[in-house]
Design a protein around this ligand. Structure first.
Ligand SMILES: [Zn+2]
Length: 474
């Protein structure tokens, strides 16, 4: 009986705690709340306590901190499935572009436990990683590269049976340590036949993990990759369709749609820039000696901002470094961003102030240029592809994602508050470290990380990790 009374009393307390007038930690007042999961698009007051959205109200709420979001959109924080810049400098740029969770899934890591351990103690945004076929291959084959990508045998070498089994073990161990996906880059590993890729897809399928791939070979390569994923039973995510689709983008998107219509789990993403960026020693440039002279000028060395010639390209290729490659037509970028199939993902990285502007401006550019200025993407649809879709891509293996990418009672309080009339990217190829404008407030885990456009110093970002299922076997 006493137990029953206590339970009733607690129930009353819980009800009181949720009443309007109770003090929330943070209230976001008067904003236009847009939640692409439910379709909500209306003025609401959002009450946040203990890192969670506790109330969505049509009448004002009281809180220790009240942010007046009048005239602003209140969106779920943006979820970036493709972010190589997993360090503070990149996080500082991304969070001011509205990103509250950032994942390195294309390349990933060969040591998931160490990767998470290195970021413990609070970051600006939430973070997570895949276990990657590229780093597993570099490790097993003994690649000399010191960056993210192979610089030799890890890309071009052929693996024997023993080495393939060793790669499978690296992937299985990574999944057991809580990797949220398995990363692939067949474009960077020309020595890996499709049979090897398919074998590694099977490991992903066994772990219920999506396979995120930077694929090779254009439309024909896409058909092979989709077939291999189907055969392995793996969920497939094709990264940056805007670049991998090349001039055959329409055909590329149609193939993805056809696979989806046939019941296969295939998704994709795009970033809104006409130039790519990668390591100059990667396999993508293995044929550089056969290029015509004018092609070199499309390449810009990130460390200096200098456009290259045959001579300076040769020098940089020998020394290593990162290069931006210009030349994709704007119609191709726009078509990739307009497609309802494309999640928005940055593929960003910045270090010592130098990098690609997509690190700092991807989300504001989609909202400012393609939604507002050109009117070619609907706001709700853009936000859907920045929030709920990436959350859904990961949540089957990583249940923590089912509380992200949404504005509903009980969801994690990761929120991005922007002015739809002014939001815009400002970073350029010459200076990638200029933060986006028109995003005055960003909240991560219920704490205000961006306040009036400036960083507050709060570091509430936490690891996002799949359930850890065992000690590594090796
Ligand atoms: Zn990438």
């Amino acid at each position: 009986m006493k137990g029953l009374i206590t339970a009733v009393a607690l129930g009353v307390l819980a009800a009181c705690a949720a009443e309007p007038g109770a003090d929330f930690d943070v209230v976001v007042a008067n904003g236009r709340v847009i939640d692409p999961e439910s379709g909500l698009d209306a003025v609401r007051h959002v009450g946040i306590r203990n890192g969670t959205i506790e109330m969505l109200s049509e009448t004002p709420l009281a809180g220790a901190r009240v942010i007046d979001a009048s005239g602003h959109v209140v969106s779920p924080g943006f979820i970036d499935l493709h972010q190589h810049g997993q360090q503070d400098e990149s996080y500082r740029m991304m969070v001011r572009d509205g990103v509250t969770s950032a994942f390195e899934l294309e390349v990933g890591t060969a040591d998931v436990a160490v990767w998470y351990a290195n970021r413990e103690g609070g970051q600006l945004v939430n973070y997570g990683v895949s276990v990657g076929h590229i780093p597993a291959r570099m490790k097993v084959l003994g690649d000399p590269g010191t960056g993210l990508l192979p610089a030799g045998v890890g890309g071009s070498g052929t693996a024997n049976e023993e080495q393939m089994a060793a790669m499978e073990r690296v992937l299985r161990d990574g999944l057991a340590q809580g990797a949220v996906a398995v990363g692939f880059g067949s474009a960077y590993t020309p020595g890996a036949p499709m049979a090897e890729i398919e074998r590694m897809f099977r490991v992903a399928a066994d772990g219920g993990a999506p396979a995120h791939i930077h694929m090779r070979g254009g439309v024909a390569g896409l058909h092979e990759t989709i077939a291999a994923a189907a055969s392995a039973g793996a969920s497939l995510h094709v990264v940056h369709v805007n670049s991998s689709g090349g001039t055959n983008l329409a055909e590329f998107l149609a193939a993805i749609q056809a696979a989806r219509d046939a019941g296969q789990d295939v998704t994709t993403e795009a970033y809104p820039y006409g130039a790519g960026m990668t390591e100059i020693q990667s396999a993508l440039f293995d044929d550089w000696e056969s290029w015509s002279d004018d092609r070199f000028a499309q390449h810009q060395l990130v460390s200096t901002g200098q456009r290259l010639t045959r001579e300076t390209f040769a020098k940089a290729r020998a020394e290593g470094g990162t290069v931006i490659t210009h030349g994709r037509p704007e119609e191709q970028t726009r078509a990739a961003i307009v497609s309802p199939l494309s999640m928005i993902a940055s593929d960003g990285f910045i270090e010592s102030g130098r990098g690609h502007p997509r690190t700092s401006g991807t989300y504001a550019k989609v909202l400012g240029r393609y939604v507002r200025e050109e009117g070619v993407v609907d706001l709700m649809d853009a936000l859907r592809r920045m929030t709920i879709e990436p959350a859904r891509r990961l949540e089957r293996r990583t249940p923590a994602m089912s509380n992200k990418g949404r504005i509903r009672v009980g969801a994690d309080a990761d929120l991005t508050i922007f002015n739809p009339a002014t939001v815009i990217d400002r970073a350029t190829y010459e200076d990638a470290s200029i933060p986006s404008g028109g995003i005055p407030y960003v909240i991560v885990g219920g704490q205000v990380v961006v306040d009036g456009g400036e960083l507050t110093g709060a570091r509430p970002g936490r690891a996002i990790r799949a359930p850890i299922s065992g000690r590594p076997a090796t």
